[in-house]
Design a binder for this molecule. Sequence first.
Ligand code: MLT
Length: 251
Amino acid sequence: MTDGVLFVHAFPLDARMWQEQQSALAGAVPVAAVNLPGFGGTSLAGEIMTMELAAERVVEELDRLGFDRAMVCGLSMGGYVALELWRRHGDRILGLVLANTRAEADSEEGKERRRLVAELVLSEGTEAILEQMRTLVSLEATTDVWDFVAGIVRSQPPEAVAAASLGMAERPDSRPDLPGIDVPTLVVTSTGDRLIPPEVTSSMAETIPDATLAVIDGAGHLSNVERTIEFNRLLEAHLARCGLLEQRPGR
Ligand code: MLT
């Protein structure tokens, strides 16, 4: 039986956003990052990438990797997918990291914004939403961080971005599922997150029975990209808690 770590990316990025986490864990534990349908050069799941379709893509990846179970780490949209995976295939999950994400469904205004994003990228291309994507990073983010993020966003096909935007709009309210999550869960938020306020993410840790909360000071929405060292320390401690990694001294 192989257990491993699987990372699920945010919108509208791809598996490359986890490169620092993958390198930090390589050799210590089986580790991989999935590309959701249409992202990172993979094939689309259709005009709407529902969280159900995305979760099925994650299961295919677990099967391909030969992972019976995984500690699934999802950030933002990756967290929505991780929660859907929990509902559909909870037996494949041995632990969770829910980073900079939320359990609530979109409001009507939020759904409308998603439709507008989809229309814009389909008519003008992914570049057209690049400026609005600056909120993925904090106001203090370095140029290097933004260039890294922008490079990944720019390379995603408009059809994938539109399909994910429409799919997120359809996602259900996951709050009723939180009390039933019975695997060790790390909830991560960051004070500079301009997309999902820390209190929204933090509230998940109050409802999930075996959850711990970590707040990364100053980092923006993509906390793993902006504060790699801190994020990786939290991750390693959580993997030790899940029995996947020996805790290193001093961590
Ligand atoms: C993400 O980073 O995945 C998105 O901000 C999620 C969202 O738009 O709700």
